[in-house]
Design a protein around this ligand. Structure first.
Ligand code: AMP
Length: 630
């Protein structure tokens, strides 16, 4: 067996040879003629000349060897339903969905927006798009009308697939009114809407536009829809993520590179074998859901669990009961979920037979040592932290135990993954930091490996400007994360360099929340910062200067306005973006040139030293915040 150091070195020094070997893990209709075309940096084209299909690799190719094996296990503790689809059944459902989309005139290259709860039909829709070469854009079901509208606007979908409602903790969340409102406010109107009726909420249909999945499914029970062989570079999907501006970016991914990257990661990183069960507790609205609920496990011939519900209902043992029942071998979750479970009765962990489980992977936010220690001791299984981004689609830093077993270090997601030529860059000099324990920005030398974003949807310039131009004098991809690397090559992530915050593993742009709050008629100025939180990692806290303070004489009036502002955020972004607190101040800390000093505010909120304040316009502004928090 090759050691990981050699494996990694080869992935950088003999890039084409390395990835050519990895590409053998998936089925190609036409073999690629060139491994990587990097003639137009930073745009990389992987597996040029190859044609393939994600749905074929995730579903069809398993029909010969494992037609009756479970492929999709849809569990909802909200509706108390559990349904297992074999690969053959999944294949049939995906074809019906593909036929329904085609009946609604979806063609190759068209966008299909999926705004759905965690139900089986959502995965049928994603796979059906991949099957016919339509580009899916999944929008997290927790997003409200405003966020949804901006995504409809940018993606301009031909069809939107949705459902009457989701459910969270027994509370029905109606999707249809939000969807109708979003379509009404967007200048782009989809030609058709395909609705799954779960019978959780009333669902008035718009005549001529809205169609019922149940009816179209029935009409296409036996329709065969073959996979369309797509150029490796054909976009498979876009997924919106937050950045430093208020406008979310559509991260665009290819087909061939993504399939290879996922197949390789399932082998080298997640060590998942065909016939086993993978359980990722994320949501299809996030990148983990795309890579490791839907495509990755299925490409590897594994069954995948889609879970709708809370980790604590009916009790905190529900996930472990699924591990026992479905003999889960690989599990993937987020530190926040573990912190929630830590508050539950510890006996729930020993109640179930977890002998099938080999490892728990955690990602999305920093994994703090107490959380890691607790879950590692409670489960008695390896806990594997992994660091990556929506943009990369698969881990940048972790431990590739499938290549060579290596220890994890608490507080570190691990070492550079194969294919990622990582450089730590000094913020002031742009020089590479090669010594141990030096703090720098995590950057990646191009080309980004297969599976990473191709560009920003319809905005090549934004791709170059946002990701490849922040380090003066060098064209490097910036992750916008600080880190140090120790003498053994293990990285320790120290936080973001930009205005992005991470709440319960979900990435949010403070600007997006600020824009939403600014739409309240009595808000003059606002600053949103991420503040450390024991449960969620970070929470958003808003500092607001009001236009008219005359009505804010007492605490009750302030609380009322705070609630009103939170409601505005709920309605435009969704509850995920809602600040934990809204505080009222008469002035915000800014530099003399008018730039908001978010990091200084954040430091004060966390009881840290705000650093050099010589450029500050009004030193009293921070004092006001200190007094508010005292
Ligand atoms: P997202 O694109 O929403 O997955 O967010 C990516 C960001 O989350 C990264 O740039 C990091 O700031 C943070 N992140 C993700 N995984 C980890 C991890 N394992 N440790 C520390 N931070 C992480």
């Amino acid at each position: 067996m090759t050691g990981y150091a050699d494996f990694y070195r080869r992935s950088i020094d003999d890039r084409d040879g390395f990835w050519s070997e990895q590409s053998g893990m998936i089925d190609w209709r036409t073999q690629p003629t060139q491994v990587c075309d990097y003639s137009r940096p930073p745009f990389a084209k992987w597996f040029v000349g190859g044609t393939t299909n994600l749905c074929h690799n995730a579903v069809d190719r398993h029909l010969i060897t494992r037609p009756d094996q479970p492929a999709l296990i849809a569990v909802s503790t909200e509706t108390n339903t559990e349904q297992v689809y074999s690969f053959a059944q999944l294949h049939a459902e995906v074809q019906r969905m593909a036929a329904a989309l085609q009946a609604l005139s979806v063609k190759q290259g068209d966008r299909v927006l999926i705004y759905m709860p965690m139900i089986a039909e959502a995965s049928f829709a994603m796979l059906a798009c991949a099957r016919i070469g339509a580009i899916h854009t999944v929008v997290f079901g927790g997003f409200a009308a405003g966020s949804l509208a901006s995504r409809i606007e940018d993606a301009s979908p031909v069809v939107i697939v949705s459902a009457d409602a989701g459910s969270r903790g027994g509370k029905v969340v109606e999707y249809k009114p939000l969807l109708d409102e979003a379509i009404a406010t967007s200048s782009h109107k989809p030609a058709a809407v395909l609705m799954v009726d779960r019978k959780l909420a009333p669902m008035p249909l718009v005549a001529g536009r809205d169609h019922l999945w149940a009816e179209l499914r029935q009409a296409h029970l036996e329709t065969q829809v073959p996979c369309v062989w797509l150029d490796s570079a054909h976009p498979s999907y876009t997924l919106y993520t937050s950045g430093t501006t208020g406008k979310p970016k559509g991260v665009q991914r290819d087909t061939g590179g993504y399939a290879v990257a996922l197949a390789a990661s399932m082998k080298h990183i997640f060590c998942g074998n065909p016939g086993e069960t993978f359980f990722s507790t994320s949501d299809i609205g996030w990148v983990v859901g795309h890579s490791y609920i839907i495509y990755g496990p299925l490409i590897a011939g594994m069954a995948t669990i889609m879970y709708e519900g809370l980790p604590t209902k009916p009790d905190g043992g529900v996930w472990w009961s699924l591990v026992e029942k479905y003999k889960v071998t690989v599990m993937f979750s987020a530190p926040t979920a573990v912190r929630v479970l830590k508050k539950q009765d510890p006996a729930l962990l020993s109640k179930y037979d977890l002998s099938s489980l080999r490892a728990l992977f955690l990602a999305g936010e920093p994994l703090d040592e107490p959380t890691a220690q607790w879950i590692s001791q409670s489960l008695g299984k390896p806990i594997i932290d992994n660091y990556w981004q929506t943009e990369t689609g698969w881990p940048i830093l972790t431990i590739a135990n499938g290549v060579e077993k290596a220890p994890s270090k608490f507080g570190s997601p691990g070492v550079a993954m194969y294919g990622y030529d990582i450089k730590l860059i000094d913020e002031n000099t742009s020089e590479e930091l090669t010594g141990p324990d030096q703090k720098g920005v995590v950057a990646i030398e191009g080309p980004l490996p297969p599976g990473c974003m191709q560009t920003v949807w319809r905005d090549d310039e934004r791709f170059v400007k946002t990701y490849w131009s922040s380090i003066p004098g060098k064209q490097l991809y910036s992750t916008f994360d600080w880190a140090v690397r120790d003498k053994d090559g293990y990285f320790f992530i120290l936080g973001r360099t930009d205005d992005v915050i991470n709440v319960a593993g979900h990435r949010l742009g403070t600007r997006e929340i600020e824009e939403s709050i600014s739409s309240h008629p009595n808000v003059s100025e606002v600053a949103v910062v991420g503040v450390a939180d024991a449960l969620k990692g970070q929470v958003a806290v808003a500092f607001v200067v009001v236009k008219d303070a005359s009505g804010l004489g007492d605490e009750a009036a302030k609380l009322k306005l705070e609630g009103d502002i939170m409601k505005v955020v709920d309605q435009s972004i969704g509850a995920v973006g809602r600040p934990a607190r809204v505080r009222f101040v008469s002035v915000l800390p800014k530099t003399r040139s008018g730039k908001l000093l978010r990091r200084a505010i954040q430091a004060v909120c966390e009881g840290r030293d705000p650093g050099d304040l010589t450029t500050m316009e009004d030193p009293g502004a921070l004092q006001q915040i200190r007094e508010l928090l005292a």
